[in-house]
Design a protein. Structure first.
Lengths: 230, 460
């Protein structure tokens, strides 16, 4: 999952970004409103964390302009002022949830995961497709009830594919949502990751969960359960 | 409120009230008395002129009556005339008779050494009046009357009778009247202006007193305006007083919040310092730190939100409640999307709140947030108008487990600081209590909802 963190306080943004990366997210950081407006408009992000007190352009204005431009990714507001007027204004403008500073990282993570899940149409933190079950909070994966050990990158790929189960995901889309803007990308690495995932999830080659569509990308082919219409 | 000097006031607001009233009254008085004076003057002159004509007419007819034909059938006027002034030279009243040829037949003795350029022959019947001026520049009112004398039916002769009077007495009379008229009018104007001035001073005294009292408030010698003002000003002075009271209450709240904040920050800071010093020996350093940070956070939140409350506003437009409730509903639907709650909100769309919008949002936001947190499926909000009073009644309900009765008093207790609030309710209720009770003088009650959960009733 790829996130945009909009926060002008360097110490806080670095700290939060670092912990989010440990949790397996790709994180781009915008340090003022103008930068945020550009990155949110151009990058294929899955969710944005927006501090309301920003230099150049206020967080509220950034959100309003994103929404006016048709950007639909979920937005979590981070605010220092705990007054309801500000929270309601942010939510009314187009944000989806709020968090008052100082927050606990676990709280931030839980809200974020819920927002992303809901935005993809999943109602519960358990993503289940046939015998494959993925728990977003603990980032654990089970096949037929047996835990499967995945690396952080393997988990990222699987989570994205399962969230979009049944959809064709191109390689570039997949790498866009897994890597940050400045990182080196290699589509061969992606192929290796997918191959390893197939081996780990389906050692006997009976499930065939990930299908390769030549020249188009990948598709997670197991029928999801517990998914609601977005 | 910066002190504004008189000169800037004059520049900004134009002339002073006193000057305005003085100019207006002077113009009105001058116009009124001036027109009155001119009218009276004209009327007097006219009636004096009528009197002069009447007099001349009387003279001409009495002269006619005195005249008779002598034996040679010539017109003769007796030596002694009833009017003495005709016999006295230079008396100012003159008479002359011309015959049909225009030659002078008779002159009164008063005309001695004087010649008057009487006009030609006059028509018989009505005497004609006119003014004339002789060669020396003196002016006269003159009257002439043509008559035909019939000695016998065959013998008729025409004459013209003239009477003239100097204009001097007339001018003196009119001039005298004019002088005393204008003297009186001027006197009346001065008296009226004086009386007006007194009335303004008396009428505007309350305004001057307001200005004086405001100056005293600025100087710190007074806290609010006195209440004894005429009813036209009372709305202004009472609003000003409410405003001043709000301001000082606001300041007081800031001061209290700062003092409380300092107090509630010092304790956790002391604990942290102690923990740092005992770090080598002590266990659970991290837990202590986390606990105290949380405590500091709550204290900052609570005190700042308490101080941010604005209170009832004096000059502000009442706030429409329905749009705010709509926004809150949308917001909570988003934030609690995972719970899929049903919102049962009821209010009259015309309901207004006489206070600050963000205070109302703060109260409703906190109460609804708690309700959503505890609710299983349903949250209800009812906004009602409090009978005849301008206040509002807000009722927030949920279908959760409810608040245990033994906690009602604890939650409602005054002086419970933000870091001592009931677990699970955060500082929200403490902030609500502060705004409702301290800032708006309202009430906060807890109970059990029909749905089974908590019911919170707020009167604002």
């Amino acid at each position: 999952m790829r996130l945009l963190l909009v926060e002008d306080e360097r110490a806080l943004s670095d700290q939060v970004a670092e912990r989010l990366r440990v949790e397996g997210y790709a994180v781009d950081i915008a340090r003022d409103g103008q930068e945020a407006l550009y990155m949110g408009g151009e990058f294929p992000i899955d969710a944005a964390l927006v501090d309301l007190g920003l230099p150049k352009l206020s967080g509220i204005d950034v959100i309003r302009r994103w929404r006016a431009a048709g950007r639909t990714f979920p937005i979590l507001i981070l605010t220092a002022r705990g007054r309801w007027q500000e929270k309601v204004e942010g939510l009314d403008t187009g944000a989806d949830d709020y968090l008052v500073k100082p927050f606990q990282f676990e709280e931030l993570l839980a809200r974020l995961q819920a927002l992303i899940r809901r935005s993809k149409g999943w109602a519960t933190p358990f993503l289940e497709c046939g015998p494959v079950a993925l728990h977003t909070a603990s980032q654990s994966v089970q096949v037929n009830g047996v835990p499967v050990e995945l690396t952080a990158f393997e988990y990222k790929v699987l989570e994205y594919l399962m969230l979009h189960a049944g959809e064709v995901i191109s390689k570039s889309e997949l790498s866009d949502h897994i890597y940050e803007e400045e990182s080196d990308r290699d589509s061969n690495v992606l192929e290796v990751l997918v191959a390893r995932l197939r081996r780990k999830l389906d050692p006997d080659r009976v499930l065939q969960p990930i299908e390769t569509l030549r020249g188009r990308g990948y598709r997670f082919n197991l029928e999801p359960s517990g998914r609601t219409l977005a | 409120m910066a002190a504004v000097t008189d000169s800037t006031l004059n520049r900004a607001g134009g002339l002073s009230l006193n000057t305005r009233l003085l100019i207006a009254a002077s113009v009105v008085l001058a116009a009124f008395l001036g027109l009155t004076g001119l009218t009276l003057d004209g009327a007097f002159r006219e009636s004096a002129l009528v009197a002069v004509r009447e007099q001349l007419k009387v003279q001409i007819y009495s002269l006619l009556a005195a005249a008779e034909l002598d034996d040679s059938e010539k017109l003769a006027i007796p030596k002694r005339l009833p009017e003495v002034r005709l016999d006295t030279p230079g008396s100012g009243l003159y008479a002359q008779v011309n015959d049909a040829a225009g030659d002078v037949v008779w002159r009164s003795r008063s005309m001695l050494g004087l010649s008057l350029p009487f006009a030609a022959i006059y028509r018989t019947g009505e005497p004609a009046f006119h003014e004339l001026e002789n060669s020396e520049g003196s002016r006269f009112f003159a009257m002439g009357l043509g008559v035909v004398w019939e000695a016998s039916p065959q013998k008729r002769s025409g004459y013209t009778f003239y009477v003239a009077e100097s204009t001097e007495p007339f001018n003196a009379l009119v001039g005298g009247f004019r002088r005393s008229l204008w003297a009186w009018l001027l006197g009346a104007a001065l008296v009226l202006l004086g009386v007006q001035g007194f009335i303004w001073r008396w009428g505007l005294a309350p305004l001057r007193r307001v200005a004086l009292e405001v100056a005293e408030i600025e100087a710190g010698r007074r806290h609010e305006l006195s209440s004894a003002y005429p009813k036209e000003l009372r709305l202004l002075t009472e609003s000003l007083n409410t405003f001043l009271r709000n301001r000082s209450a606001h300041l007081e709240r800031y001061r209290n919040a700062l003092a409380d904040l300092a107090h509630s920050l010092k304790t956790p800071l002391a604990v942290i310092r102690g923990a740092v010093e005992e770090r080598e020996r002590g266990e659970g350093f991290q837990e202590t730190l986390q606990e105290q940070v949380e405590r500091i956070n709550k204290a900052v939140d609570y005190q700042l939100q308490r101080a941010a409350a604005s209170g009832r506003t004096v000059f502000a437009v009442p706030v429409a409640v329905a749009p705010l409730v709509h926004k809150l509903r949308q917001s909570f639907a988003k934030v609690y999307a995972g719970k899929a709650l049903r919102f049962d909100f009821s209010l009259d769309s015309r309901t207004v709140f006489h206070g600050d919008e963000s205070d109302l949002l703060e109260v409703l936001g906190n109460l609804l947030d708690n309700a959503c947190k505890w609710a299983r499926r349903e949250v209800a909000l009812r906004v009602k108008v409090d009978g005849e009073q301008p206040g509002l009644v807000l009722e927030v309900e949920d279908d959760g487990p409810g608040i245990p009765e033994n906690l009602y008093t604890l939650i409602s207790q005054r002086g419970v600081r933000g870091d001592q609030t009931v677990a699970g309710h955060g500082i929200g209720l403490a902030v609500v209590r502060e705004i409702v009770e301290q800032v708006y003088g309202g009430t906060l009650e807890f109970g059990r909802a029909e749905r089974g959960g908590a019911l919170v009733r707020v009167r604002l």
